[in-house]
Design a protein around this ligand. Structure first.
Ligand code: NAD
Ligand code: USQ
Length: 382
C-alpha cells in the first residue's frame, strides 16, 4: 500500500514509518518539524540524541535499500496537503501530526489557540483533501483515550447503546476531556465523523492510550535511527518519565494521590496497531473507532513497579506525591473496552519488570543529557 505518515518525525510516527516500510509498504513522511522547534522554545531535548530527518531516511535506505520520501511542510497549509495527496495518491493517510502535549496546551492563551488551531485546522485540511483528491483513501487518525475522560461507567469503543424514555439508539460515547489538547482531539473526532457521513470518506479514529518505551526492531538497527524520548514536565509521559527520573536520582513525580488510572501500550504495539488499521480499512462512509491500549495502570502502581526494578538495578528512587498541577480525579472507577484491535490480530506486548529494565538500561546511557530543571511540572491547569 502507499501510506503517508504525517508526523513521521515524531515519537510515534518515526518508528511507525520504519515498521511499515520494513513490511513492504511504500511510505512517505510528511512533517513540519515543529516538535524540534518546540524543544528550542522549552529549552528541552529528547534524552536520546536524534538525527535530522534527512539523515534518518538516508541511513534507512543505506541499511535496507528501502526509500522513504519526505515532504517537509505544514498540514495547516491546504495547498501543501493537496499537492502531496496528488503526488502520492495514498491508500492510507496515517495522521499523527498534531500538538500532543496536554501541559503545553495549558500554558497560556497563545498555546491554547496554537494547539486547537494546529490540530483542528490541520485535520480539516486532511479530510477535505481526501474528499477532493483521493476519496477512496483511508484516514487512520490518532485520537486519544483521554477524549472519554474518566466517567463512572465502563468506556466503550466509540459508541454507546442508550435507552432513554422508552427509546433506544447507538450514540457517540460521551466525551469529557481533561485539557485543551484532549479537547482538540474531540473536535477532530466530531469533524471526521461528520465528513464520513456527508462525503462518504472512510476513517478510523484510534483512541490511543499513553505510549511507553522507545525502541522497535527497526529503530534499534542503528543509532541514527534512534527514536526520541521525552522526559520533561511538558512532553514527558507517566511511565517513561518515572523510568528516566529513577536513573538520575530524582523522586518519582506522582501527581496528587496517584489513583489516576489510564490505558497504556508499548510503542511496539503502536506500530502494529497502525498496520492492522491500515490493512483492514473502514468502509466508505464509515467512522470506525478503536481503543488503542493494552493494559491500564494507576500512576501510583506504575511508580511502584519502576521503583522495584530501579532498586534491582542499583538506584534508589523515592516516590513523591506532588501537589497535582492538573485538575483531574485522583481516585476513580476505570474500565475501558479494547477488543477490536485484538480481534483483528493484535498480540499485545505486556508490561513486566524486564520491559521496564530494558528501557531503563537504554536511558541510563544518555542520562547526562537530562536538563534537571525541566523535570518538575511547571504548567498549572489553574
Ligand atoms: P510528537 O510530538 O512526538 O510527534 C508529532 C509530529 O507531528 C512531530 O514530528 C511534529 O513536528 C509533527 N507536526 C505537528 N503539527 C504538525 C503540522 N501542523 N504539520 C505537519 N507536522 C506537524 O507526538 P507523538 O507522541 O508521536 O504523538 C503522535 C500522535 O499520537 C499525536 O496525534 C498524539 O496526540 C497521539 N498520541 C500520542 C500518545 C503518546 O503517548 N505519545 C498517546 C496517545 C495519542
Ligand atoms: N502524571 C503524574 N506524574 C507525572 C506525569 C503525569 O502523576 O510525572 C499523571 C497525570 O496527572 C495524568 C497521568 O499521569 O493523570 C497521565 O499523564 P501523562 O502526561 O502521562 O499523559 P497525558 O497528559 O494524558 O497525555 C499523553 C500524551 C497524549 C495522549 C495521552 C493519552 O502526551 O498525546 O493523548 O497521553 S491518554 O492519557 O489516554 O489521553
Amino acid at each position: 500500500m502507499n501510506i503517508i505518515v504525517a508526523g513521521g518525525d515524531g515519537f510515534c510516527g518515526w518508528p511507525t514509518a520504519l515498521y511499515l516500510s520494513n513490511k513492504g509498504h511504500d511510505v512517505s513522511i510528511l512533517d513540519n518539524m515543529v516538535r524540534r522547534d518546540i524543544d528550542n522554545e522549552l529549552h528541552s531535548n529528547s534524552i536520546t540524541p536524534i538525527a535530522d530527518l534527512e539523515e534518518r531516511v538516508a541511513k534507512w535506505k543505506e541499511l535496507t535499500g528501502k526509500e522513504i520520501r519526505v515532504y517537509e511542510g505544514d498540514l495547516t497549509h491546504y495547498d501543501f496537503v493537496k499537492q502531496v495527496l496528488k503526488l502520492e495518491q495514498p491508500d492510507a493517510f496515517v495522521h499523527f501530526a498534531e500538538q500532543r502535549s496536554a501541559p503545553y496546551s495549558m500554558i497560556d492563551l497563545d498555546h491554547i489557540v496554537y494547539t486547537q488551531t494546529n490540530n483542528v485546522v490541520g485535520n480539516l485540511n486532511v479530510i477535505y483533501g481526501i474528499k477532493e483528491v483521493v476519496p477512496d483513501c483511508h484516514l487512520v487518525k490518532l485520537g486519544t483515550m483521554g477524549e472519554y475522560g474518566t466517567p463512572n461507567i465502563p468506556i466503550e469503543e466509540g459508541y454507546l447503546e442508550v435507552e432513554h424514555k422508552g427509546r433506544k439508539d447507538v450514540l457517540p460515547f460521551p466525551k469529557q476531556p481533561g485539557s485543551f489538547y484532549h479537547l482538540s482531539k474531540v473536535h477532530d473526532s466530531h469533524n471526521i465523523m461528520f465528513a464520513c457521513k456527508i462525503w462518504g470518506i472512510r476513517a478510523t479514529d484510534l483512541n490511543q492510550g499513553i505510549v511507553y518505551g522507545l525502541d522497535t526492531e527497526e529503530t534499534k538497527m542503528d543509532p541514527v535511527l534512534a527514536n526520541r524520548l521525552d522526559y520533561d514536565g511538558v512532553f514527558g509521559t507517566a511511565l517513561n518519565r518515572f523510568i528516566i527520573q529513577s536513573t538520575i536520582g530524582h523522586d518519582l513525580t506522582v501527581y496528587g494521590k496517584g489513583g489516576q488510572t489510564r490505558g497504556f501500550l508499548s510503542i511496539k504495539d503502536t506500530v502494529r496497531c497502525i498496520e492492522i488499521a491500515a490493512e483492514n480499512p473502514a468502509d466508505r462512509g464509515e467512522f470506525r473507532v478503536f481503543n488503542q491500549f493494552t493494559e491500564d495502570f494507576s500512576v501510583q502502581g506504575l511508580a511502584e513497579k519502576v521503583q522495584k526494578v530501579a532498586k534491582e538495578e542499583g538506584f534508589n528512587p523515592e516516590i513523591a506525591h506532588l501537589d497535582n498541577p492538573r485538575v483531574e480525579l485522583e481516585d476513580h472507577f476505570y474500565a475501558a473496552e479494547n477488543t477490536k484491535l485484538k480481534d483483528l490480530g493484535l498480540e499485545p506486548h505486556l508490561l513486566d519488570d524486564e520491559v521496564i529494565r530494558e528501557i531503563l538500561q537504554t536511558v541510563v546511557k544518555h542520562k547526562d543529557r537530562v536538563i534537571e530543571e525541566n523535570v518538575m511540572p511547571q504548567v498549572s491547569w489553574k
